[in-house]
Design a protein around this ligand. Structure first.
Ligand SMILES: Cc1ncc(COP(=O)(O)O)c(C=O)c1O
Length: 425
């Protein structure tokens, strides 16, 4: 007999990630997922060569430590890798980590997506509340839903989340829903998907909101190093004593998609997240952590400017073509990161329908805006000063990624998309 088993409830609640789904389509012009297209590929053969020579030498000398490169390691990462990442956090982010013992606080995870997943697994019971920007990174929002949590999405402006509105949304949640959110999620440097960067005053004010309410703040700093216009701002974590902010960084955008990320968390959360990781993947692959260590030690400072400049050129190509060819609407103007968010002035425009009917047949891919709004939960409406049902998802926006294609191709594809949009609208 065939199995007759009902699957877990979440399988019906959460659809496949829109970004993953779109990867299946062949496209000449790929503006969908945030795939890095400027990678320091010259460094990796050198690193692999160095590692290989060291292993050969050890084998030749009869040392038995090579086997450890291909073995299980500590759940929270190799100490020598945590030390290198602690230096980055100290030197590049001005985070006050003890120079002797501070490295112990770093957690290495298999991508920051795993860190997000384990954090939410640690914090959420069904119907617990989490505050996110509207729109927000779907890899965060949909995981909240997967754990049966409820999102309160708070719209911002061209400088990201508005702390005052976050504070109001928290108060309303307390009055109307009888509980406080447990966490505020934010990407202060070049948000995904909106591309906005928060000024320092807002960073501090948002930390105050979290502290006043005695809740955690997750600072997702995925695009921390990909800042190519203006001054790099201090991360929120640098203003905290380490008790409120969970700080996540990743190699994915600043190096390559090695599935290695590095986080700092308040000690009580850290303990549970590492426990959860022990049941999730046991450890992040040892040999890959060794590649990461060598990269940051020997190549990071040499390559990061080139990487940043590469993305700047791509951003400029996209922004110029949009300014010249797109129909009436508004776009964000990122200081870095991978994305531009565009909203049509025509509120009836359905960007998902346009994607399926026009863009995909013309070999153009982007992510429709709806994918970044919650499936369950609430949307804070600043005009009414109230929480409304999250199913009111605006359909007239799209997220365009400039990270993957060469500037020439970006210009060509965006011009084509612009003229198709003009015809359609
Ligand atoms: C804001 C944000 N956070 C986290 C991630 C996940 O990154 P990682 O590759 O480290 O899992 C992404 C990837 O696109 C992202 O954009």
């Amino acid at each position: 007999m065939d199995p007759k088993v009902e699957f877990a409830a979440w399988t019906k609640l959460v659809p496949e990630s829109e970004i993953r789904r779109l990867l299946k389509f062949r496209a000449k012009y790929y503006f969908a997922g945030g795939k890095p297209g400027v990678l320091p590929i010259g460094a990796f053969p050198m690193i692999l060569n160095t590692l290989a020579l060291k292993e050969l030498e050890d084998i030749f000398l009869g040392k038995d430590d090579v086997i450890e490169d291909y073995n299980y390691g500590p759940t929270d990462g190799l100490p020598e890798v945590k030390k290198v990442m602690a230096n980055i956090l100290r030197e590049r982010d001005s985070i006050d980590l003890d120079s002797e013992e501070g490295w112990n606080n770093v957690i290495i995870t298999t991508g920051s997506q795993q860190a997000i997943y384990l954090l939410l697994d640690t914090l959420l019971n069904p119907d617990d509340l989490v505050v996110v920007p509207a729109p927000a990174y779907l890899g965060f929002v949909n995981v909240v839903t997967k754990f049966r949590g409820q999102v309160i999405a708070v719209p911002g402006d061209n400088q990201g989340m508005i702390p005052e509105n976050v504070s109001k949304a928290i108060k309303i949640a307390e009055n109307k829903l009888g509980k406080k959110p447990k966490l505020i999620y934010v990407v202060p440097d070049s948000d995904n998907p909106s591309g906005t960067t928060m000024p320092e005053s807002r960073r501090k004010a948002l930390l105050d909101v979290a502290k006043d309410n005695s809740i955690y703040l997750l600072e997702d700093a995925a695009y921390r190093e990909i800042q190519f216009r203006g001054k790099r701002l201090m991360p929120i974590r640098a203003f905290d004593d380490g008790s409120t902010v969970i700080y996540m960084r990743t190699t994915s955008k600043e190096v390559a998609v090695l599935r290695v990320a590095y986080s700092l968390m308040p000690p009580e959360i850290r303990k549970e997240v590492v426990k959860a990781k022990g049941y999730n993947d046991l450890c992040t692959p040892t040999i890959v952590q060794k590649i990461v260590k060598l990269y940051y030690e020997k190549y990071f400072s040499q390559f990061i400017d080139k990487v940043r400049k590469g993305y700047k050129k791509r951003y400029e190509a996209m922004a110029k073509a949009m300014n010249e060819e797109f129909p009436e609407g508004e776009r964000t103007d990122p200081t870095g990161g991978f994305f531009i968010w565009w909203e049509s002035s025509n509120k009836k425009f359905d960007s998902k329908k346009f994607l399926e009917e026009v863009a995909i047949p013309n070999e153009i891919l982007y992510v429709p805006g709806q994918a970044f709004y919650p499936l369950r939960g609430y949307l804070y409406d600043p005009e009414r000063g109230d929480l409304i049902d999250a199913s009111n998802r605006p359909a007239n926006a799209m997220r365009l990624s400039y990270s993957y294609m060469e500037p020439g191709k970006i210009e060509e594809g965006i011009r084509k998309l612009g003229s198709l949009l003009k015809k359609y609208l």
